[in-house]
Write a protein of this length. Structure first.
Length: 319
């Protein structure tokens, strides 16, 4: 089957377009999905660059991509919630395999049917980013009505879902983006405050002891530098738990009333169904920055790695 994969760690040039083996027999609770679209995330190039090689080792070839949307074409004997022909979405852990191939075999427990009001292309943009923010804010931080939440990297794929989920939970939201996106944050998402991180005095222009939760979607904040802006029992959450500053922050927080948390997203259909329902209730919008054909996958990653993407990038699979 057609796939984009790599046989060594490196920049986007190591990605290859070629043939890999089809998935083997579908057994038990497994589902075979014909991939129609997959979307890109910063995790993809961090893995490809070898930043997490202690977790991935040197097992090649490796396909890229985590999110997918597609059609069920075969089911195992123990599958109860899906049938052949269902349109589904979900994400896979790239520690084992990616989604940039024509077919993937997955456990039914990670799947949900795509929202009825969302094109199948846009559904591919949802799972990893939306579940990361849902699990960070609703489950880990237990965000609730009236909380003051600061979201760093608010214009990216994860951040856009974070804003909307925080609003659903009843929080007051402060977004942190570049000056290019501050007005968009106000107009599109009605954030309570939009802060430009390129201002000379950032982050010292933040109000001390203000926030119940600081959620770092971008991964460039550190607990020690941002903790003064949390209130007495505030919570800092990072999406990058493996960097050195995160390890130091976790240790420092042991001597503080303020909490350090890191989110490692769990792929599960139960949480994804909650996101699906919110999309169908029009509480969450999906924002696509750009769509690419499968042959343009390298070009798509070059665009992602500019780090100026608003929302998500989606790639259409060839069949």
């Amino acid at each position: 089957m057609k796939a984009f994969f790599y046989n060594e760690y490196g920049d986007v040039s190591v990605l290859q377009h070629g043939e890999i083996n089809n998935p083997k027999d579908v057994l038990g609770e497994e589902v075979l999905v014909k991939v129609n679209f997959f979307s890109l995330n910063p995790l993809d190039y961090k893995l490809r660059n070898g930043m997490l090689k202690l977790m991935t080792f040197r097992t090649f070839p490796r396909t890229t991509g985590s999110d997918f949307s597609g059609e069920v074409i075969a089911i195992g004997k123990s599958v109860n919630n899906f049938k052949v022909g269902d349109k589904v979405f979900g994400f896979l852990s790239q520690l084992s395999e990616g989604t940039s191939s024509q077919f993937i075999k997955v456990k039914e427990s990670i799947l949900a049917k795509i929202p009825s009001n969302l094109p199948i292309s846009d559904a591919a943009a949802v799972p990893l980013a939306a579940l990361t923010s849902y699990q960070a804010l609703a489950i880990l931080a237990k965000a609730k009505k009236g909380n003051k939440i600061l979201i760093n990297g608010a214009s990216g794929g994860t951040g856009i879902f974070a804003i909307q989920i925080a609003k659903i939970l009843g929080a007051d939201v402060t977004s942190v983006t570049s000056h290019r996106n501050t007005q968009w944050m106000r107009d599109e998402f009605s954030v309570n405050e939009a802060i430009d991180y390129t201002e000379e005095n950032f982050p010292n222009n933040l109000e001390k002891n203000k926030y119940d939760i600081i959620y770092d979607c971008y991964g460039n904040f550190s607990f020690n530098k941002i903790k003064d802006f949390l209130n007495t029992h505030g919570t800092f959450i990072t999406t990058d738990p493996f960097k050195f500053e995160s390890i130091i922050g976790r240790l420092t927080s042991k001597f503080s009333k303020k909490s350090f948390l890191s989110v490692i997203v769990d792929s599960n259909g139960f949480d994804l169904k909650i996101i699906k329902d919110w999309i169908e209730e029009e509480k969450i919008k999906v924002f696509i920055d750009k769509k690419y054909n499968f042959s343009e996958t390298k070009k798509a990653y070059n665009h992602l790695e500019t780090q100026r993407v608003k929302g998500k990038i989606v790639v259409q699979m060839d069949h």
